[in-house]
Design a protein around this ligand. Structure first.
Ligand SMILES: Nc1ncnc2c1ncn2[C@@H]1O[C@H](COP(=O)(O)OP(=O)(O)OP(=O)(O)O)[C@@H](O)[C@H]1O
Ligand SMILES: [Mg+2]
Length: 256
């Protein structure tokens, strides 16, 4: 079944053009704004399998490419997810690519330019990606610390789509479609989110995401009182600062 994805700009068209022209695509945007959902929906639209890899600082090149494993008294080669995706010609989604170490990302460079191939040094083998292969990656500029910036030589290989939280009408529709909550309640949640996002002075590490709003709606639907749902599924997930949390709860009470 095709996952529900509400287009917010022109991202589908860009995705399809990048796929046709065999260009890798980078999705940049804050947490919970629909990046992963978009990729899932696009994979189904293309009829392609999707191989996902969550990157972190411990991710090694062999985690991605493959390694020799000991089986009985022999060693056998096992492809990593990148090699599998290249061989099978699927979509490959590297989630939070900036979390991986630079030397790991550089291994992927030959896949992300005109060469579209991967070199497996342990096997001394080069594998070319078929037309159906596409590399996708995401990163959240908000998390970016000194160390976690992508190198320009990596950035400039990708077509980059910027994601953000949608306007309140689209966001209300997403909340409604995801949960079936009353449209009026979905709208109130979207307007409340817009308000919270405008309060720069709160200095939240990340502001309220569409994901949080969907969670609040789920709790309300299960019978939790609206204010309490906002508190546990939104406010408490946004901050540990007691005065800030109190301010946010008071704000929620103006809407619910
Ligand atoms: N445009 C959209 N269409 C449909 N659902 C959406 C959309 N944007 C956000 N959502 C909802 O928000 C939830 C979170 O979206 P998603 O998992 O794609 O976020 P993300 O951007 O990948 O976040 P992260 O960076 O934390 O991985 C989805 O499960 C879905 O309920
Ligand atoms: Mg995601």
């Amino acid at each position: 079944m095709k996952p529900f994805y509400k287009e917010t700009k022109f991202e589908k068209k860009i995705f399809h053009s990048a796929f046709e022209r065999r260009l890798p695509l980078l999705l940049k945007g804050p947490t919970g704004c629909g990046k992963s959902r978009f990729i899932e929906a696009m994979a189904v639209e293309l009829g392609s399998e999707l191989i996902k890899v969550s990157c972190n600082e411990d991710t090694t090149a062999s985690d991605l490419i493959g390694r020799f494993l000991l089986k009985g008294n022999e060693t056998i080669w096992q492809d990593g997810p990148v090699t599998r995706a290249v061989k099978q010609g699927t979509l490959l989604y590297l989630d939070e690519i900036a979390e991986a170490r630079e030397d790991v990302i550089v291994v992927l460079h030959s896949l992300t330019d005109h060469r579209r191939e991967i070199y497996i040094d342990r096997l001394n083998e080069v594998i070319a990606a078929p037309a159906s292969f596409m590399l996708l990656a995401s990163f959240n500029p908000g998390y970016q610390s000194r160390l976690k910036e992508l190198k320009p030589s990596t950035r400039q290989r990708f077509v980059t789509l910027e994601f953000n939280y949608p306007n309140e009408d689209i966001e209300a529709e997403i909340i409604f479609r995801e949960t079936n909550i009353l449209p009026k309640t979905a709208s109130k949640l979207a307007v409340l989110a817009k308000k919270i996002r405008s309060l720069d002075e709160l200095t939240l590490r990340e502001t309220v995401s569409t994901r949080l709003l969907v969670n609040v709606a789920h709790l309300i639907l299960s019978g939790i009182n609206e204010r309490q749902a906002c508190e546990v599924a939104m406010v408490n997930s946004l901050t540990d600062d007691i005065p800030v949390a109190k301010g946010l709860n008071d704000l929620c009470a103006l809407y619910f």
